[in-house]
Design a protein around this ligand. Sequence first.
Ligand code: UD1
Ligand code: CA
Length: 461
Amino acid sequence: MSINVVILAAGLGTRMKSATPKVLHSICGKTLISYVIDAAQSVKPDQIIAVIGPGSDGTQIRDALKGSRVALEVQKEPKGTADALRTACRALARKKGTVLVLNGDTPLVSPSTLEKLLATHKRNSEIISVLSFVAEGSHSYGRVIRKAGKVVSIIEDRDASPEQKKIMEVNSGVYAMELSALKLLKEIKVNPGKGEYYLTDIVNIAVRKGLSVGSHLLGEETELTGINTRKDLCMAGIFLRDRVVSGWLEKGVTFIDTKSVFIDPAAEIGRDTAIYPNVVIEGKSSIGSGCVIFPCTRIIDSIIGNGVTIKDSTVVESSVVKDGASVGPFAHLRPGSVIGPSAKIGNFVEIKKSVIGTGAKASHLSYIGDAEIGDNVNIGAGTITCNYDGVNKHKTVVEEGSFIGSDTQLVAPVRVGKGAYVGAGSTITKDVPPLALAVSRTPQRNLKGWAAVKSNRKNRK
Ligand code: UD1
Ligand code: CA
């Protein structure tokens, strides 16, 4: 069966109270419309058309979807969901088969539910099949009105009588329609209350013509939630995060508190890794097995090996931490850092675009930027690579087995040779040969008896 998908995404989204178009709001790091596009792709459609608004809203969506192979049609004015679907008709002319209509603000709809809807639509030879669900609590979904068990219309919440409002079967805004049904869009009249053309009215029009229409309770409320408000957005995020964490629990990951962690659906976590409260793992991050990620840590687009410990309040951005390494507490790995196997990056250490060798240590209060630190190097407390001369960035190389004394400034470009030592408190501006000791601090003077002289002077005043 040939399938074309239309995603309605041109609404004003006024209930979000935002400068960002509703469908570009995100849950778990991905925009609402991207979720819908991914779900649409699962039915292997001939094409996906998204109906977007004019002006800045449309431009923002167009920019966000660049390179996604989604065809865009612009609805000139937000005149309702029926008008939005009519906008897509031009792109559907000369097509055959079924059109799957999706709402751009219903991101969690699962591929399996879409497949069930399409299968039911085909099996029942319906011209229009509505995907419905049972909604609990207060909501503003359209109610599915049935007579003698058969759907006859959909009544929007604002137009529903108190009796109709009690109906729990509601419209998800997802429909499978034969392309031939689209000609009925012309017959939809403007809703006098809202001044919009409601796509939902197509149901009653088709029923009155004796065409075969069905409404099918095939999905759950959690996946079919429409996002209209910030509260809806927050609740959908909570649901999705819960689903992601439950998946990792089943795969052998330990969570101390499932409610406080944020794991991006695109992230991977290995077995026997333990995740403490308030951990955020974003983007395409991958965490190996047997790791411990302590509280208040944020890992973004990074690769963490096996047996790694990330201690409290650490930020890891676009970096790699290899097997057995330890990072934190209060460390910041900035983009482009590679921490070697069994290396240790400790308290209040910032690493930027640097490679740290196997077993190397920078345990306290250091800044390592644009550097190459060899295997088993020891970087003393308070060491700073002075990598920036105000115009350009320069590189620091510390070769294997060197020892950098505390409070050293390595003024780049500079190289410390293999096995060399740098005395504490040095400012290193020249290369240090292998196995040498470099000391650059001013020699110490001891003024004997100075304290007694000072106190005598004070007493005389
Ligand atoms: C719609 C349905 C309602 C259903 C609910 C499910 C109608 C009239 N109502 O209500 O029965 O229960 O979805 O979530 O269809 N859009 C456009 N152009 C417009 C207006 C809207 O493209 O002129 C798009 C929106 O961007 C959105 C979708 O259509 O993605 C639905 O519009 P929205 O205003 O959110 O409809 P609801 O009131 O939620
Ligand atoms: Ca909606």
